[in-house]
Structure formats: C-alpha cells, structure tokens
Design a protein around this ligand. Structure first.
Ligand SMILES: Nc1ncnc2c1ncn2[C@@H]1O[C@H](COP(=O)(O)OP(=O)(O)O)[C@@H](O)[C@H]1O
Ligand SMILES: [Mg+2]
Length: 305
C-alpha cells in the first residue's frame, strides 16, 4: 500500500509518519484478521493527503459525496494503510445505542454487556467505518458524542466506562441527494473533519478501468472514461438527473460485455435504464451511440485471453 501511495505522489514525510504510527501501534494477533486487504485502490492524490493528515493528527473523518465516489473504497484503503483492524458498521433508521455499544445478555445467570462493534473497535484500536451515518436518527447517535470528541470514551450508564485506544479512528460516510437521506446535526458534524468527495477524474477513471478490467484495451478505457465524462456534463448542465451517472453500472456493463453482451445491451442495463424517465433515457442513449458503436463486442474491446 505504501508503494501505491508513493506512485500517487504522496510525500515521503507523510509516509514516514504512517510508518511510525504502525510501529507505535503493533497489531495484536487477535485483531490482525480484521486488517483489510483491499482489492481496489482509491485514486485521487489530494483526497489521500487530506485524509491521511487528518487521521495522523488524531481526527475522525466524514466522507460526504454522491454515490460511487469511492467513499467506502477510501475508508477501507485507509484502514489498510495504517494496518488497523476494521469494523464496518452500517447505519439505518433503527440504529440505536445498543446496536452500537452493546446489548444486555444473560450469561451464567448474570446480566452482562455483549460488546457491540463500536465498543470492540474502541478497545482494539480499530478503524470504525460508520457507513451512511446520516441514515440513523441524530438522537440515537448522541451516545457517540463522547466517543467522537476529545473525551475519547464510551460511558454506558450501569456498565464500565472505557477509554478509546489511542489508535482508534472513526471514518463516517454520507451520501446525499436521494430519498430518505437526512442531514447530520451540527453537534455530530462538528466532531468530524469533513471531506467532500469528488467524482473521479477522467484520467483516474481510465487508470481505474485498466486496473479493474486488466483485459480492456487502453483505447477503450479512454472511450469509456470519455463517455462517463459526457454523462457527467449532461448532469452538471441540468439536462439529466444523476441516476444514469452510475460508475458501478459502467464497471458492471464492461464485465457483461466481456461475458458476451454487445456494448449497447450492457450499457443499457448498467447506465441507460437507471433513469426512470423516457425522455431522459433517450437523451442518455444518444450520448452512448455518439461514443460507442452499436455492434462493439468483446472481440474488439479486450485483449485475447
Ligand atoms: N476515486 C476513486 N478511486 C477508486 N475507485 C473509485 C473512485 N471513485 C469511485 N470508485 C469506484 O466506484 C465504485 C464504488 O465505490 P464505493 O467506495 O463503494 O462508493 P461510495 O461508497 O462512494 O458509494 C468502486 O468500484 C470504486 O472502485
Ligand atoms: Mg458507500
């Protein structure tokens, strides 16, 4: 991972600090299985620098942005870079203190606290990914206030009060713009350093395509990145919604072409049909046909396997 950071152009100073963080907080045998080994890398030098510096300074991070901007990929990459065990905690409407910190259970006739993910993460010096944190009710998250600010404690009335391991960090993610998303209140927001996650750049998308689909010919990686950029421009000008601006859909489409569909069939499923409006679907189809020929298929797109 550190070599990848060097390739991305991260300074040696930051890399040295990561190395000393790792040396300061060696992994215990009990937690090493939780250290992620990411199959995807996050591309974007500036975001890397902001995230690494904030975490090295002891801050918690909130990654905010539209879908498929690599929020979870970055969060996992960060746990891997710092060599920390990861807890992935999805937030939803009914998330409450007991699902985060723990629940009462009977063991040998006694009530004990079965430790929840936040508790375990806090104790083991983990990186806790608070995924889609804004899906939970703000009031249910008040239990995290003391955990996320300078107090760095978990204090559950009736149970023990623990102090977070100095290696523990929290990285929250938050989408916006689709139904059901809510705002974080100011109290919670002020406990994070916030990164606005940009849509991947055209150059980085080309890198990503070549890394995730190693068989793809370079000229077509270029074509698909340009296509994605065409769709992005239509979104920015307000001509279409962001529904068809779907990077996951693009990646899946390319895999379907590899498995035998024509480019237009696959992109219809992965991109065009994400839109629920006839007129918009037509606009997106037109953008596609301007870039990609209807008959384009695996034989042309991929190097021979
Ligand atoms: N900057 C980026 N670097 C690497 N991968 C990215 C980037 N932006 C988006 N992706 C890709 O988009 C897909 C979705 O990523 P994910 O982290 O799940 O997005 P999010 O959590 O923001 O919705 C993955 O395949 C990921 O590799
Ligand atoms: Mg996500």
């Amino acid at each position: 991972m550190l070599d990848f950071l060097r390739q991305e152009g991260i300074s040696e100073e930051i890399i040295r600090e990561i190395e000393s963080f790792r040396a300061q907080y060696p992994l215990s045998d009990a937690s090493s299985y939780r250290v992620p080994n990411p199959s995807y890398r996050y591309y974007g030098k500036e975001i890397w620098e902001m995230a690494l510096t904030a975490l090295l300074s002891g801050e918690n991070l909130l990654l905010v942005g539209p879908k498929a901007t690599g929020k979870n990929v970055l969060a996992e990459n960060l746990a891997a870079v710092f060599h920390r065990p990861e807890w992935d905690i999805s937030f939803y409407l009914n998330t409450d203190a007991s699902s985060l910190i723990g629940t009462d259970t009977f063991r040998n006739g006694e009530v004990t606290l079965r430790h929840g993910p936040i508790y375990q993460c806090a104790e083991m010096g983990g990186f806790g990914i608070l995924d889609e944190i804004n899906m939970a009710k703000n009031e249910s998250l008040a239990v995290l206030h003391a955990t996320l600010d300078f107090r760095r404690i978990i204090d559950v009335p009736g149970y023990d009060r623990i102090t977070l391991s100095p290696a523990t960090r929290f990285i929250a993610t938050m989408n916006y713009g689709y139904a059901g998303t809510r705002e974080l209140n100011e109290a919670l927001m002020s406990r994070f350093m916030v990164i606005n996650m940009p849509l991947i750049s055209q150059d980085n998308l080309k890198k990503l395509l070549l890394a995730q689909v190693p068989n793809l010919k370079e000229e077509y990686a270029e074509q698909f990145s340009a296509l994605f950029d065409d769709i992005r421009k239509k979104c920015e000008s307000g001509e279409i919604s962001t529904k068809p601006l779907d990077l996951r859909g693009l990646l899946s489409s390319i895999k379907l072409i590899e498995n035998g569909l024509t480019a237009l069939q696959a992109l219809e499923m992965g991109i065009v049909n994400k839109s629920t409006d006839d007129f918009e679907r037509q606009l997106v189809s037109d953008v596609l046909s301007a870039r990609i020929s209807a008959s384009l298929s695996a034989a042309e797109l991929f190097h021979i396997r």
